[in-house]
Design a protein around this ligand. Sequence first.
Ligand SMILES: Nc1ncnc2c1ncn2[C@@H]1O[C@H](COP(=O)(O)OP(=O)(O)OP(=O)(O)O)[C@@H](O)[C@H]1O
Ligand SMILES: [Mg+2]
Length: 521
Amino acid sequence: MIQHREPGNPQSSARDTSVVLRVSKISKQFPGVRALDGVSLTLRRGEVLAVIGENGAGKSTLMKILAGIEQPDSGTIAIDEHPVVIDSVQSALAHGIALIHQELNLCDNLDIAANIFLGREQHTGGWMNRRDMLREAERFLRMVGLNVPPDTLVARLSIGQQQMVEIARALSVDARILIMDEPTSSLSQQETETLFEVVKGLRRQGVSVIYISHRLGEVRELADRVTVLRDGRNAGELQRDEIDHDRMVRLMVGRDISQFYVRQSHTPGDPMLELEELVVPRNPRHKIRLQIRAGEIVGLAGLVGAGRSELLQCIFGIEPPLSGTIRVGGRVARIRHPLDAIRHGLALAPEDRKTAGVILEMTVQENITLPGLRAYCHPGGIRNLARERHDTETLIRRLRIKTPSPHQIVQLLSGGNQQKVVLAKWLALTPRVLLLDEPTRGIDVGAKREIYQLMENLAASGVAILFASSEMEEVLGMSDRVLVMHEGRIAGELPREKLSEENIMRLATGGSLLATESVGR
Ligand SMILES: Nc1ncnc2c1ncn2[C@@H]1O[C@H](COP(=O)(O)OP(=O)(O)OP(=O)(O)O)[C@@H](O)[C@H]1O
Ligand SMILES: [Mg+2]
């Protein structure tokens, strides 16, 4: 029986904090990569343990081992101090361990309820009937604050909503140990707050949570303890009162990172990207007008579903505009297809790397050089392989892409390293206009700093950058100007002097600015 004491002060209660999970000296080798090298950790009852580390540090691999998806080469796992072998997902579930994957893992062609109960449709008393399933699913959807009928096809949901379904599914198995591998990387602020409430509620009920995130603010808010991995090894541990940003960074990357945001003020040049009365197919009721000058970095803020990705995809020709004009470098650009966009000097690093960002079955080098393949050809069409290799290696180094070689298959990289390949691929093009959709999602702090520096260098060399981001800090830190979208239109524009979280949120939620006129339309 769990005693409910004052929340937020767990020490005051005499509750059971015994060790529920003890991982000792786990190692795991992949071809060419030692992913884990003698890693240990403990997890107590009713505790939120954050596991942090750079991209490729081994976090997901360790969690897959705990969830029965991968087998360790050596090391032991004990539950309630009894040694166990977790050799399948079923055996992990039987031990009360559930994993919310870093990558979405739902069946697009099934509805929400079917996804939540996938593989568990058979109850003790026979098959679960559809009505019960829908009712139960609805209960879990309510817990995660997802207000969508349970018979909605998953394919119709946004990425954030799909993530909430994953979380609902994990809740529905009644785990004692719940592992969340970057659960918030595609959630809106609102969804993130709901998730935090869910996690805190679980903790009060005595559930133990392993929480992986690159967002150190979240870790600070949620974690009772932090374990840090570096290059597949334990790099240190922080107790509740030691958890601060600098300590976490130092343990993760082995050095301090000073001056995180590197945006310098430039005098913007001529208009590089201009949209006039652009009608985006997904939001045909509005006309979009905007202008970005050479050397400017413009943030595109808004809540999930505000139409940011749709706008970027429209500009890039993935879903060409219904009407209106796009000008690039002052000249009208007819963009009906991404190839047109590339020809006019545009590049888009999309939000969802799995569907649009990279070709998972191809190598790192093939992905990076693909969009600019024509530029890598000698006259006569023979490929300049030496240059391809050189450019790839430069980007691997700059973005600190952790890969055994340029010829590794992208699918085998860690999530954050795949994201870096998406960026590298478009940066290799040296575009005139760079469109970025959530550029640093899932990327560790060290590499984030590198990406900001690259954006800054590109801007300084005259590239116009439009980037959509849900990370408030990044929008505030990197933008010369912010356009805020609300329900498919640009609800307002904030110059640098008016940039604040409050102003962005006001516009993003359909309000207007206090005391001043909202600029833009
Ligand atoms: N199936 C595999 N085959 C080969 N290498 C792999 C495989 N799975 C993971 N790796 C490698 O193991 C290392 C650890 O990967 P892991 O996914 O655990 O990192 P991570 O800490 O979760 O990183 P991220 O923050 O980017 O998600 C990486 O170098 C990765 O490329
Ligand atoms: Mg991972």
